[in-house]
Design a protein around this ligand. Sequence first.
Ligand code: ADP
Ligand code: MG
Length: 341
Amino acid sequence: MAEFDLIERYFNFHYDFSSDLAKTSSKNSNKPQVVKGIGDDCAIFEIPEKHQLVTSTDTLVDGVHFFSDLQPDLIAHKALAANVSDLAAMGAKPLAFTLSISLPDVSEDWLKGFSEGLKRASELFKVPLVGGDTTQGPLNINITAYGSVKKGRLLLRDKAQINDDIWVTGFLGEAAAALDLEDKALESKALSGQKKLTDAEQALWNALTQPIPPLTFAGKLTKLSSCGLDISDGLMADLGHILKKSECGATVMVESLPVSDALVEVVGMEQAQQFALNGGDDYQLCFTTSSKHRNKVLNLAEKHGVNVSRVGSIQPEDVSIQLHGKPFTSNRASWQHFYKD
Ligand code: ADP
Ligand code: MG
């Protein structure tokens, strides 16, 4: 198939941004405004007045970030989710994204699946594909996402203040547990469809393959917080980035970590807490706010249907992980490198 036909057939989407997620932000003056999408030398889109452009890029490589036997629609979802998660991490609203893809050979089935998954995810996150590049080579997927923030209203890593509350969104540890269970054949069970996954195993698998970053919530959070990031390497590793940049320490209360019933059912409470602390691939937010905003955070989260948990507080120095006030030994100490070096 000629390159032009391929782009036209699989990447020149016609969108329906009237999905449920889109509706929740219908009053939004920051609606994506694509002046020119796919088909010219460059894409053009409007940035809302008094806003700044925010951009982030990520590459997924076959065999490193995913295995190509994973369903192509799931690969597409994850690639876009990881990118919009970085926008959420800044409190930015998505404007558009581009896709540069290198494909080993053109399997129509694979492309169809990938294209369907990508279109679904871009409608879910309400972010249009405005351009890209298509080449032949080892499977490699690069997405660049563009978003906007109102000038100065964003979530940064160096803005934590002593005594701030530390919050996280969603549930943590499910994706990491799913990866860990891969050895125990969860993935092959999920892929082959031979053995049915239990509901709880399926929930973990969904968390790994179809993360949904809390984008709309993140965009509103900048009214209450100026410090946050997304949890992609595990809570302690990522919180470590905030502590290092903000030059402070923290206390983390393990009993307050959001572990789902599914995670506890599959791995037990103790392992669930370990995965929540040190897992990864969560694509949820960790943010800090003044304790005077506690109720406002809870109200905002409820309004957006997002689960939030207050998991600790910012301290002048040192990191203390506690379970009901007693020191808790974490399985992995890798985060300490981030904090101490
Ligand atoms: P050029 O030679 O100017 O780089 P291309 O032939 O690479 O143009 O691309 C033609 C058009 O298709 C451009 O608008 C480009 O952004 C778009 N495009 C190419 N590949 C993709 C892709 N994988 N996804 C989305 N748009 C693409
Ligand atoms: Mg090109």
